[in-house]
Design a protein around this ligand. Structure first.
Ligand SMILES: Cc1cc2nc3c(=O)[nH]c(=O)nc-3n(C[C@H](O)[C@H](O)[C@H](O)COP(=O)(O)OP(=O)(O)OC[C@H]3O[C@@H](n4cnc5c(N)ncnc54)[C@H](O)[C@@H]3O)c2cc1C
Length: 386
């Protein structure tokens, strides 16, 4: 891959940089808790709306759906510039990185027209209803039932760990529709309005103090058959498309958060007079290098995606890397800051929050063990374990 920017890419970068100079809001700092969650969500929604109004949402999405129709390399430049400008991340990330690309790939023209524009503007936040108490890594074991009744499915069951379900307007829901077929073949993917009667959401408070994910219960919930994404009983294909997009795209978006976090750590280390210590300098240099590796690998993944058109199993390399990298970086932060890193009133609890939140990184979007299995089997071509 060529890492030098073309004239057009430079033009794109400069235009966005100029826009960011004027539009980036003062940063939200510190821990996100159940108490300030509403304010934080409102702040991020407003930021996504500002980007959308400026024509900077959905960089690589087709123009007909409100995107910019730009190449994937420009998507990478976009993320880098957000990070350089210390800009907030995007609240609608599940819609932008997972649901939107899956609807673009598999949706009907009507579904594309209806659902894609509000994902970009942040008007409609999505959640991903895949995991269940007995179906996590083994996602094909989903047991939430959808039984056909004329033009509707009637859904009963439970999802768990559903991020953003408390603020989501829609859910990308995996359900079982054929109870006789082998487990991968009886699944369907539905686009579900979270305001439909029969849905209840119960927030689950994490060890960070934030209730970022939820339990979601479905009791005789009617979902029109027209809301099937992909084909009935072929939802496994839809789910894999969504998961591969999630793994490929999440790595690009999450860099913004990591870069901001590392910049804050470097600034804090300096302010505490600890930046002259050679051991501290080595640790920070290591964290900086690892973040650079993430950036370069993201560009490599985007180059391969732009050639093939679909994200591949290589997205698992990214997911495995950034999740374990962030845990190492947060460990470094704790070592440098000492007891201050554990205080909720030091830097508004940022370091304590970031350390505790990073533990979930190697579980969400598929655990490290599962990513290693995928890399072994589908990237390296090794035989299946077990
Ligand atoms: C912060 C966070 C946000 C999340 N958000 C969402 C969301 O929005 N929507 C959603 O649907 N889900 C979400 N999840 C759920 C997440 O996808 C699951 O937790 C994850 O897939 C693991 O499933 P599980 O928890 O059932 O663990 P299990 O699958 O029960 O795994 C338990 C342990 O066994 C290991 N293991 C399992 N199978 C294998 C195997 N074949 N080989 C080797 N080791 C194995 C796992 O790696 C793990 O260590 C979220 C999770 C977290 C932590």
């Amino acid at each position: 891959m060529d890492l030098n920017l073309t004239a057009n890419e430079k033009k794109f970068r400069d235009e966005f940089r100029t826009w960011l100079n004027v539009n980036v809001p003062p940063a939200w700092r510190g821990a996100i808790t159940s108490e300030n969650r509403v304010d934080h969500v409102a702040y991020l929604r407003k930021w996504q709306r500002t980007l959308f109004d400026g024509g900077w949402a959905g960089i690589s999405w087709p123009k007909e759906y409100g995107g910019r129709g730009a190449a994937l390399m420009e998507q990478a430049i976009f993320q880098e510039e957000l990070a350089l400008a210390d800009a907030p991340h995007l609240i609608g990330t599940i819609g932008l990185s997972l649901v939107g690309p899956t609807i673009i790939a598999l949706g009907t023209p009507k579904q594309k027209q209806r659902y894609l524009p509000p994902i970009l503007s942040g008007d409609e936040i999505w959640c991903q209803g895949f995991s269940e108490p007995n179906a996590g890594s083994d996602l094909a074991a989903v047991g939430t039932k959808a039984i056909r009744d004329s033009d509707d499915f009637i859904v009963n069951g439970q999802k768990i760990w559903t991020s953003f379900a408390d603020i989501a307007k829609y859910c990308l829901l995996l359900v079982r529709t054929d109870f006789e077929a082998p487990k991968h073949k009886g699944i369907t993917c539905l686009l579900v309005d979270m305001n439909t009667p029969g849905i209840s959401v119960r927030p689950l408070r994490q060890m960070t103090g934030d209730a970022g994910f939820n339990e979601v219960f479905f009791s005789n919930v009617r979902v029109p058959v027209t809301n099937v994404l992909g084909q009935i009983n072929n939802g496994w294909t839809t789910a894999i498309t969504a998961l591969m997009n999630e793994r490929a795209n999440l790595g690009t978006g999450i860099q913004v958060l990591f870069k901001r976090n590392l910049n804050a750590l470097i600034a804090r280390t300096r302010a505490m007079g600890r930046s002259g210590n050679p051991l501290v300098r080595q640790k920070l240099a290591q964290a900086y290098l690892e973040l650079e590796i993430l950036r370069l690998n993201t560009n490599r993944a985007l180059t391969s995606l732009s050639k093939s058109g679909v994200p591949g199993a290589e997205g698992s390399i990214q997911k495995l890397y950034w999740s374990e990298m962030n845990q190492r970086t947060q460990q470094i932060a704790q070592e440098i800051l000492g007891p201050y890193g554990q205080l909720t009133d030091f830097d508004d609890g940022l370091w304590q929050y970031a350390f505790l939140r990073s533990r979930g990184n190697t579980i969400e979007a598929g655990t490290s063990e599962i990513q290693r299995n995928i890399i072994a089997e589908r990237v390296l071509g090794l035989p299946r374990g077990n």
